[in-house]
Design a binder for this molecule. Structure first.
Ligand code: C5P
Length: 275
C-alpha cells in the first residue's frame, strides 16, 4: 500500500501565446506546487476500483469518468484506489490532474511500468507537470516542461465555491497571441524580488474567467486589500485565486481575516514545496 500526496498546482503566471489547429492553446506559464492537496492511497488489486473520501467527495465520479481511475488504466497496473478529495473541483489548481499524476506515481512506486510525459498527456494537458510536481516553466500545451528554481513563497488560496469550465474560459479570451514571458527568465535573489517580477507578468485567463464568474473579481479585491499582501492573481482558468505574503505568519493572519469576513469561501494557507 502506498500513500501519494497530490499537491495543488499554482499557475504563478499564465500567458496564452497562440492557438493550435486542434483548438488547444499554446501557453507560457510558471507553475509551482504547494503543501495543500489531495491524497491517493493505492494497493495492488485484481481490478481497478476507486472510492472517494474527504470534504469535496460529494459528486466526484468513482468510475472511468474520474481522471484517477483513467490514470490507473493508463498505468497498466490494476490498483484499488482511495482518493481523499480536499481540493475543490474544477478550480484552476489542478485537482483532477494532480490526482491522475499521483495515481501514475503510485503505480510506479508499487512496481508498475515507468510513466512518461506521453502517458500523462493522454490524461490531460496539465497532468505532465503534475507528474513531476516541481517548479516548472510550462510551454506548448503543457508538454514542454523546463525545471526552474524558485524562491519559497507563502500564500493564501481562495475559491469562492464556483466551478468554472476551462473550455468556456478559453473561448471567452479575445486575444490568443499575447506576449510570452522573457525567453531567458531573470535570476531572482529572493522571494520579494521574485514576487515583484511576478507583478510584471500576467494570467491572461483572469479577465475572461471573471466575466463568466464575477465572484472572481470579488475574491481578487478582498485579497488585494488584505494586510501585508504582495500580489493577488487567479490560478489556471479559475476560480481559485492566490495571494502572496512576506512569510507564513502574515499569510495565516490574512487567511484568518478573510475567513471571518467570507465564511462560505474555501480559504487555505499554503507554502510552496521545495525545488
Ligand atoms: O487537457 P485538458 O482536458 O485538461 O483540457 C481541458 C480543456 O481546456 C481542453 O478541452 C481545451 O478546451 C482547454 N485547453 C486549451 N489549451 C490548453 C489546455 C487546455 O485550450 N493548453
Amino acid at each position: 500500500m502506498v500513500k501519494v500526496f497530490a499537491p495543488a498546482k499554482i499557475n504563478l503566471t499564465l500567458h496564452v501565446t497562440g492557438l493550435r489547429d486542434d483548438g488547444y492553446h499554446l501557453l507560457d506559464s510558471l507553475v509551482a506546487f504547494v503543501d495543500v492537496g489531495d491524497q491517493i492511497i493505492a494497493e495492488p488489486a485484481p481490478d481497478i476500483s476507486l472510492s472517494v473520501t474527504g470534504p469535496f467527495a460529494q459528486g466526484v465520479p468513482t468510475d472511468e469518468q474520474n481522471l484517477a481511475f483513467k490514470a490507473a488504466i493508463i498505468s497498466g497496473y490494476p490498483m484499488a484506489l482511495t482518493l481523499d478529495k480536499r481540493l475543490p473541483p474544477s478550480s484552476g489548481i489542478g485537482g483532477g490532474s494532480a490526482d491522475a499524476a499521483a495515481t501514475l506515481r503510485a503505480a510506479m512506486r508499487l512496481g508498475g511500468p515507468q510513466m512518461t510525459t506521453e502517458h500523462a498527456l493522454l490524461l490531460g494537458a496539465d497532468v505532465p507537470v503534475c507528474l513531476g510536481s516541481k517548479p516548472t516553466r510550462l510551454q506548448g500545451i503543457g508538454d514542454m516542461l523546463t525545471p526552474v528554481q524558485l524562491p519559497a513563497l507563502h500564500m493564501v488560496l481562495v475559491n469562492p465555491k464556483v466551478e468554472i469550465s476551462t473550455p468556456k474560459v478559453f473561448a471567452r479570451l479575445e486575444r490568443k497571441d499575447n506576449h510570452a514571458m522573457p525567453e531567458t527568465l531573470p535570476q531572482w535573489p529572493d522571494s520579494l524580488a521574485f514576487t515583484d517580477w511576478l507583478g510584471s507578468q500576467r494570467n491572461d485567463l483572469q479577465e475572461p474567467a471573471a466575466k463568466i464568474a464575477p465572484e472572481i473579481a470579488a475574491v481578487l479585491v478582498s485579497l488585494a486589500l488584505s494586510p501585508d499582501v504582495l500580489l493577488a492573481r487567479m490560478s489556471g482558468s479559475g476560480a481559485t485565486c492566490f495571494a502572496i505574503y512576506p512569510d507564513r505568519l502574515t499569510a495565516e493572519i490574512a487567511a484568518a481575516q478573510l475567513a471571518q469576513a467570507n465564511p462560505w469561501w474555501w480559504i487555505k494557507t499554503a507554502s510552496t514545496l521545495p525545488n
